[in-house]
Design a protein around this ligand. Structure first.
Ligand SMILES: Cc1ncc(COP(=O)(O)O)c(C=O)c1O
Length: 366
């Protein structure tokens, strides 16, 4: 079978070991003789698996006491509204950093529930960098950051110091590097990049920030509904949580997030080095803010005539697929190409891409 490397931005590549284990559990979960898709969430094996997933996450991210972990449906996008509904009073202010499309969607939702101050934005430069100097609103309830901007390939290398606490959408880089959870009141992430399949979002919330808003929160949208029920107030996305469980085991066996951070830096550097030395391609993100997860790149304007660009892009993507390098098309707002090299992307995949970029450049420029 041909080796295929999947550079999709999400849902994305998962560790082979985790998907093999998930495959086996579909017909027989933990030796019960019942498939995981057919088993009630109110059974000991499933309750145990969900509790184990929670403790693995606590261990891997060194989550301190006082924080709760939830596994909820609705993706990261539901958190765009759940966060302000639970945390932001109608007359209070939250500070939001506008560093990309997902960040702008988050702040748009928050405006429906309270006052939002957009403290900085890199929209005018197609979100190609992270604005780092800005003033926070005095008395703001929280400061929202999108830790990694999936589309534009930028990443907060150091998080800003919030006057109160940080809230972060970590959908596209959670578990890629160690973080100091104590700086955050709430972290949320859709699973379908570094954690598992689509269908579940992980929420890490400091319990003492909850219960401070006046509004009557619909039951399902209230974090306090789900905390005592251990994410089982209603039927949780059991299978997605199980795949996450296997991914977390895989990560732990590899040495955890510190080991993963080193590996991610090595992979990203390989790709950035070839782009920095290329006469045909260039990365689009500002160097100091470059993501280790998503790497957008385009043809240099001076290397490719405008009327040849589209057909050369098609050529690149077509040959890439023939070589087993899949899903490299860039997001429409940046154009060109994007390689998403999440935790599960093996270094061999990045090496294969680098070799292809070099080969394509030679063929095109001679
Ligand atoms: C940073 C970020 N936030 C939020 C989302 C939306 O996630 P979901 O589809 O789980 O709602 C994405 C999806 O790619 C993302 O990259």
């Amino acid at each position: 079978m041909k080796t295929v490397y999947n550079f999709s931005a999400g849902p994305s590549i998962l560790p082979k070991q985790a998907t093999e284990e998930a495959k086996a559990a579909i017909t027989d979960f933990a030796g019960t003789g019942i498939g995981i898709l057919e088993m009630s969430h109110r059974t000991k094996p499933i309750e145990g698996m969900v509790a184990e997933t929670e403790s693995l996450l606590k261990e891997l991210l060194s989550i301190p006491a006082g924080y709760e972990i939830l596994f909820l449906g609705g993706g990261a996008s539901l958190q765009f509204c759940m966060v302000p509904i639970n945390l932001l009073g109608a007359n209070s202010v939250a500070d939001y950093t506008d560093t990309g499309l997902w960040a702008s969607k988050a702040l748009k939702e928050a405006k429906k529930f309270g006052k939002v101050n957009v403290v900085c934005s890199s929209k005018d430069s197609t979100y190609n960098h992270i604005p780092k100097t800005f003033e926070q609103t005095s008395g703001a309830t929280y400061l929202h950051v999108t830790s990694n901007n999936t589309i534009y390939g930028t990443q907060w290398k150091e998080f800003p110091k919030a006057n109160t606490y940080l809230v972060s959408d970590m959908s596209s880089d959670i578990l890629s590097r160690p973080i100091d959870v104590s700086k955050f009141g709430l972290i949320y992430a859709g699973a379908q990049k570094n954690m598992g399949p689509a269908g579940v979002a992980t929420i890490i919330v400091k319990s003492d920030i909850l219960g401070k808003v006046e509004r009557d929160i619909p039951t399902m949208l209230d974090y306090r509904t789900h905390i005592p029920e251990k994410s089982m107030f209603n039927t949780p996305p059991v299978f997605s949580i199980y795949v996450m469980n296997r991914v977390l085991h895989w990560l732990k066996n590899l040495g955890g997030v510190a080991a993963m951070e080193k590996l991610n830096a090595k992979k990203a550097n390989l790709l950035y080095d070839v782009l920095d030395n290329s006469k045909l391609f260039k990365g689009t993100a500002a160097k100091e803010d470059r993501s280790t997860m998503n790497i957008p790149f385009v043809f240099k304007e001076e290397a490719v005539a405008a009327d040849k660009k589209e057909s050369l892009e098609k050529d690149f993507l077509k040959i890439a697929v023939e070589k087993g390098l899949e899903q490299l098309k860039g997001h429409r707002s940046v154009g060109g190409f994007r390689a998403s090299i999440y935790n599960a992307m093996p270094i061999d995949g990045v090496e294969a891409l680098v070799a292809f970029i070099n080969e394509f450049e030679k063929k095109t420029l001679g």
